[in-house]
Design a protein. Sequence first.
Length: 320
Amino acid sequence: MARSKIALIGSGQIGGTLAHLAGLKELGDVVLFDIAEGTPQGKALDLYQSSPIDGFDSRLSGANDYSAIAGADVVIVTAGVPRKPGMSRDDLLGINLKVMSSVGQGIKENCPDAFVICITNPLDAMVWALQKFSGLPENKVVGMAGVLDSARFRTFLAMEFDVSVEDVTAFVLGGHGDTMVPLTRYSTVAGVPLPDLVKLGWTTQEKLDSIVQRTRDGGAEIVGLLKTGSAFYAPAAAAIQMAESYLKDKKRVLPCAAHLSGQFGVDDLYVGVPVVIGAGGVERIVEIELQGEEKAQFDKSVDAVKGLLDACKSIDTSLA
Ligand code: A3D
């Protein structure tokens, strides 16, 4: 069986880390693409030269021409501009919308059968625009945010409880970051829901609330520390988990920005919900019932995404 081909559009901080992880996990051959000349070629060669040491077989190459991504099985998109301190994800909207237009065209012409994972911010709007620009089926274009948000939540919970991160599961819905909806009753330590752990005295409601807030602000915390860009290790790890589930037909149940057409009462929007990712792309959307406050927060999140899409439609009238 031929090796899978993974195309990475954008060879910056996340793109380079994606290539490294895809190689280390032997997910397939990797093509790094970027508009910056030399960057994708240089990163590909550097990473290729790490393969004899780490013992992985993956051909890595770099390109500035979309023809190089022809026939890719998976495309992961990070092309665009990241946040600088003081900048909101929405400030990025205008710049990155133009980038999505050219990326969508490149995918449409070269690998229309690919599974596409978008990471570029503002995520919920960019993944929606990328699906429209590329014309790929809605179940083959998905956004990465929930896996990262829930990983941040899991990390902070494991720190608080002093238990293995592996035994902490977290369930988040909604838009990325500020409007994320953590479902504490579905988040557990080895199957014990967080509200029960509060009752058991493992933590207090106040501490739990502050962990939720820290998770919401997780991206900004890292931007503030790095000063020159945004998080890249954990975002790359999250997208690779999604790609692996598709390539190996693992059918992982992961929170992703998925296209909703009626589910959760939402139509033609990308919102973070639990989905099953397998060889068919987004094979199923897990439509759970939301309770009072959860529903209110989810609706607020959906409204925020709608606001972003309205802004996109006014910038690019072909999307209206
Ligand atoms: P960065 O290191 O700047 O890499 C972006 C790359 O995109 C650069 O190498 C650019 O040259 C390249 N680029 C710009 N325009 C184009 C174009 N038209 N075609 C191809 N390549 C282009 O950024 P990064 O890797 O740190 O972040 C990439 C994106 O991910 C940003 O939009 C971030 O905001 C976003 N991000 C999202 C999350 C989520 O959880 C959703 C987390 C972290 C970062």
